[in-house]
Structure formats: structure tokens, C-alpha cells
Design a protein around this ligand. Structure first.
Ligand code: AMP
Length: 220
């Protein structure tokens, strides 16, 4: 099963994609995580991407498409994947369709998580993750069970993304409305989109997404 998860920055895409990969046995492909890994490695691509990410801008389509192309042919993607943060422009959506058509594959469903812009800044400002395993937390909505200790791996170091500042978030929201919202219309015309309200407890939203996937997408 191949899914696309869309929604504004801070809507909970990463958290939900991680939970859905366990439920459906498919792998999460996050272009944001791939770019952060490139940036941490200090590669030329990573450094170019980091500057754009810190400014709240999208990185060039060609760079992202190359990253995804290299990833979807890996053995762990054979059972399917959930795309988190890709596609983000119409050109990326069209490249994805072409890439899948070459492999005689399709997108089975597109989930759009809806959250109002006013809620986004609060959500993003509070989030942090485990430095060792990447588990995601939030100061208000999802604290570790024991303060200072990761629930998943027990590590004691946490990090906050450098692009999670109020100013950068506003730029990321602008990019979302200008470049990514048209994709929802693009997939809507293909009858693939299921919208889910992103306001509520994490587990409730996972449940709504799970129902939408089971009811609204082809499963192979
Ligand atoms: P995310 O972790 O999905 O919020 O992505 C963080 C940042 O990485 C974005 O603000 C962009 O700068 C960059 N990025 C991630 N995915 C893409 C994409 N598909 N196209 C362009 N830029 C991306």
C-alpha cells in the first residue's frame, strides 16, 4: 500500500506517519528527516538544504525527487510506504506519478490532515525529539512519561529543530499555502483524498486516519 500524508507544518504528520507504519506494516519516508540526516552528515547537498530549511523555504524539486527515487527502490519499501512531507509541489507530485508509473505502481490514497493556521505556531513551538531514536514529543500535548527520559529508548538527550521558530513557521505556512495546497486539489481530481481533522488527541487522530485508510484506499 502506498500512501501520501499531507498537511501544514506542525499538523502531526511525522507523529502519525510513525504510528501508521506500525499499524499497516509500511515504511515512513520523510523527506524532512532525509534532509536533516544529509545536513548532519555535512554533505554538499545537506549544507545547501540546511540553509533553505532554516529560512523556511522549500529545497529544489530536483534534489528532493532524486532523494525519493533512490529510496523507493530499497527492499524495505517493497511492501509499501507512507510519504511524509513529499510531494510538496505540483512538480513533485507529477514526478512521483511518473516514477511510480515506470514501476507499474500507483498511489492508493492521500490523507490530508487539517489544522487551522492559528494553532500551528503553538504546536510547533512546543515540539522536541529524542536525540538518539528520534521519538517525537511536545511540551504540552505529549510529554515523556518520565521527565527527561525518552519513553522509547531511555535516552536523556533531546533536541529542538532549528526551523521551529515562530518566524520560520510563518514562512513555512506561506510555502504550504502557495505550493502544497494545490496538490490536494490535484489528488482530489483523481478521487484519492480523504480529509481528517487534525485537532484532538494523538491516538484519536491515528484512529480516524486508520478508518479513512481502510475505507477509502485500495489495499493490495
Ligand atoms: P518537514 O520535516 O517535512 O517539516 O520539512 C522541513 C523542511 O525541509 C521544509 O521546511 C523544507 O525546507 C524541507 N523539505 C522537506 N520536504 C521537502 C519537499 N518535499 N520539498 C521541498 N522541501 C522540503
Amino acid at each position: 500500500m502506498r500512501l501520501v500524508l499531507l498537511g501544514p507544518p506542525g499538523c502531526g504528520k511525522g507523529t502519525q506517519a510513525k504510528r501508521l507504519q506500525g499499524i499497516f506494516g509500511i515504511v515512513q519516508l520523510s523527506t524532512g528527516d532525509m534532509l536533516r540526516a544529509e545536513a548532519a552528515s555535512g554533505s554538499d547537498i545537506g549544507l545547501e538544504a540546511a540553509a533553505l530549511m532554516h529560512a523556511g523555504q522549500l529545497v529544489p524539486d530536483a534534489m528532493i525527487i532524486a532523494l525519493i527515487k533512490a529510496r523507493v527502490d530499497q527492499p524495505d519499501c517493497q511492501k509499501g510506504f507512507i510519504l511524509d512531507g513529499f510531494p510538496r509541489t505540483l512538480a513533485q507530485a507529477e514526478a512521483l506519478d511518473a516514477m511510480l508509473a515506470e514501476r507499474h505502481l500507483d498511489i492508493d490514497g492521500v490523507l490530508a490532515i487539517e489544522v487551522d493556521d492559528e494553532d500551528i505556531v503553538t504546536r510547533i513551538a512546543g515540539r522536541f525529539s529524542c536525540s538518539r531514536c528520534g521519538a517525537l514529543y511536545h511540551d504540552v500535548f505529549h510529554r515523556p512519561k518520565q521527565d527527561g527520559l525518552c519513553d522509547v529508548c531511555g535516552a536523556t538527550e533531546f533536541t529542538r529543530r532549528p526551523d521551529d521558530t515562530a518566524e520560520t513557521v510563518r514562512k513555512r505556512l506561506q510555502a504550504y499555502h502557495a505550493q502544497t495546497v494545490p496538490i490536494i486539489e490535484y489528488y482530489g481530481r483523481k478521487g484519492l483524498v480523504r480529509s481528517v481533522d487534525g485537532f484532538g488527541a494523538i491516538a484519536e487522530i491515528t484512529e480516524k486516519l486508520t478508518v479513512a485508510i481502510r475505507e477509502g484506499t485500495r489495499v493490495d
